[in-house]
Design a protein around this ligand. Structure first.
Ligand code: PBG
Length: 327
């Protein structure tokens, strides 16, 4: 036996500069997309209690946020809309002057180089809060798959026509990517890419978002269309189908509790792979930090680094601005 091991990993940990040289993962402003919540009005800035530092903003405020994101070097924002009126079909989502369509035009006018991603789902626009058309069969509420696909295609075209750079379907309907691709191509938007929330779990981490987007289902839950948190192999099937249907980017959501899934999807398919660090991930860190139990800024950077290390090419995160300022 040797008196001490020859290989000493601590040699390369001795100074900050040595550690920088051998660091495998580094965060950069290019890694982030900032989520924004837009609602009608002027000068509206409603704080979102469970997402401190984030607001429901009217379009003037959204444009200001978009400018700041661009100034910080953040490549893009993702828009969620809270319409003036909700109905059974989610009509505002397809309207030429729907809230998100108007917001996209305003941002593209003001900051043309910023990537504007549009979340493509019905739950923010339907009065029942589900991600598709709801039917009652035998007393049990259910979301109808194929009738929903037709509407999703119309939403995609409305968003692309307004200038969306990237549509991001998040409703977990079977066949949604194929239907959206066909609708976009048929309407002259063959150049508009699709980022599919291919792997989206029925997660308890979405709570604060549903407050922010006023999109909680009135009855029931989303387990009939979102994935069971227990399943990882099924995630590969979801991703494979979406890629076959024409997805350009695959998204895994939530991020922190699903890093194993993120790594597998990224390794298996090699497509640009995004992760959504969701509202509950942000809120729980913030809540603990506010009590002085953890260092919130350090924990946030550690989590974001871990998500990138696990395979994310970029991260949708409520920490986008804070992280860039801390880098
Ligand atoms: C819409 C949608 C949700 C989120 C993004 N798009 C909520 C849901 O599925 O209920 C959640 C994002 C977050 O928690 O930050 N389908």
């Amino acid at each position: 036996m040797m008196p001490f091991p020859k290989t000493r990993l601590r040699r390369l940990r001795a100074t900050p500069a040595l550690r920088r040289l051998v660091r495998e993962t580094a965060l950069a402003p290019d890694d982030f997309i900032l989520p924004l919540f837009v609602r009608p009005g002027r000068g509206v800035r409603n704080p979102i209690a469970s997402l401190p530092g984030h607001f429901q903003l009217s379009i003037d405020g959204i444009v200001r946020e978009a400018r700041e994101a661009a100034r910080l070097g953040i490549p893009g924002v993702i828009l969620f809309g809270i319409p003036a009126r909700k109905d059974a079909r989610g009509s505002d989502a397809v309207a030429r002057h729907g809230i998100v369509q108007d917001a996209v035009r305003a941002i593209k006018d003001a900051v043309p180089d910023l990537v504007v991603v549009t979340d493509l789902c019905l739950c923010e626009y339907t009065d029942h809060g589900h991600c598709g058309v709801v039917a009652r069969r035998g007393g049990r509420p259910g979301v109808l798959n194929d009738p929903t696909l037709k509407i999703l295609g119309e939403v995609a075209v409305a968003q692309a026509a307004a200038g969306s750079d990237l549509v991001a379907p998040s409703g977990m309907m079977d066949g949604m990517v194929g239907a959206i691709r066909a609708a976009l191509d048929g309407a002259g938007f063959a150049g508009t890419p699709i980022m599919s929330y291919a792997v989206k779990y029925a997660s308890a981490f979405y709570g604060p978002f549903r407050e922010a987007a006023e999109s909680a289902p009135r009855s029931g839950d989303r387990r009939g269309y979102q994935m069971d948190p227990a399943n990882a192999r099924e995630a590969l099937r979801e991703a494979a189908l979406d890629i076959e249907e024409g997805a350009d980017i695959i998204l895994v959501k939530p991020a922190l509790a699903y890093l194993d899934v993120l790594t597998r999807v990224r390794d298996r398919f090699g497509l640009p792979t995004a992760a959504y660090s969701v509202s509950g991930e942000f809120a729980m860190v913030r809540a603990a930090a506010d009590r002085g139990w953890i260092n919130g800024a350090a924990v946030a950077l550690e989590i974001l680094t871990a998500i990138k290390r696990a395979g994310a090419d970029f991260i949708l995160t409520y920490w986008a601005k804070d992280a860039v300022k801390a880098l």
